[in-house]
Ligand binder design. Structure first.
Ligand code: SF4
Ligand code: SF4
Ligand code: SF4
Length: 241
């Protein structure tokens, strides 16, 4: 091979690698079918044949829009529209000819992401009975359970709060598909990066604890409470007219 040809091949490889990297950056948070590993591994193996999409009996998979480079034409999910049903036999994985979707022993091993509940928006946290996400979960009482406690500052009413098990949630998104809250946004979402999701879940717990601490100041110093912009629990602890 001539020097000029070697240079051209090398330049082509660099450009190709850059395109894959750019694609990974833009599609990192996009949900992928069961069996997909990290975005780099998935993009390097998916040949966009669409066989997983054809194999899904629920129409949960579709081709991505708004992607660039090697991410164009790859399969994804819009779980609010149609979540993954966690089929026992995982036909999407069986149909994949390249190993972009890796075989799993059990549907419980699916890791598409991790559900994160926005406790400011979830009506169950505000002491209304809901549990819709809990009942929708195919791994009910494993991936999600209901935590019971008395409502803060209230000796009569209870809170039945859905709590995600960070080790068992598959990220199938059925909870998101069924959530009754969508304004200003859905009260639960799937975060693909599980470490990021765990950080967000921890922040949600702190946020509510802080709100409760703040609520305690309402009785002694309502002006300070107002100034600090208390939310949710404020209404629970505040005496009702
Ligand atoms: S597990 Fe079933 S519902 Fe989920 S993507 Fe695969 S084929 Fe579709
Ligand atoms: S994403 Fe939601 S429905 Fe699916 S396993 Fe996790 S908690 Fe259950
Ligand atoms: S369905 Fe939505 S609002 Fe209802 S408990 Fe679940 S996250 Fe909260």
């Amino acid at each position: 091979m001539k020097t000029s040809e070697i240079v051209a091949v090398g330049a082509g490889a660099v450009v190709g690698a850059q395109l894959v990297m750019a694609a990974v950056r833009t599609s990192n948070s996009v949900l992928r079918p069961p069996g997909a590993k990290d975005e780099g591994d998935f993009l390097s193996k998916c040949i966009k044949c669409g066989k997983c999409i054809e194999a899904c009996p629920y129409g949960a998979l579709h081709v991505t829009g708004d992607m660039i480079g090697s991410a164009v034409g790859t399969p994804t999910l819009d779980v609010r529209n149609q979540a993954c049903r966690l089929c026992e036999d995982l036909p999407c994985i069986a149909a994949c000819p390249t190993g972009a979707l890796c075989e799993l022993d059990n549907r419980r091993d699916v890791r598409m992401g991790l559900a994160v509940i926005n406790r400011d928006l979830c009506i169950a946290v505000k002491a209304l009975r809901c549990e819709v996400c809990y009942r929708a979960c195919p791994l009910i009482d494993e991936a999600i359970h209901i935590e019971y406690k008395m409502r803060e500052g209230d000796a009569i009413h209870s809170v039945f709060e859905p709590v995600i098990d960070e080790d068992k949630c598959t990220g199938c998104g059925l909870c998101v598909e069924r959530c009754v809250v969508d304004n200003p946004e859905i009260a639960i979402r799937i975060v693909r990066d599980r470490d990021e999701a765990k950080r967000l879940i921890a922040a949600e717990k702190d946020k509510v604890l802080e709100a409760y601490r703040l609520a305690e100041t309402w009785g002694s110093n309502p002006d300070e409470y107002e100034r600090k912009g208390g939310s949710g629990p404020r209404d629970m602890s505040k005496p009702q007219a």
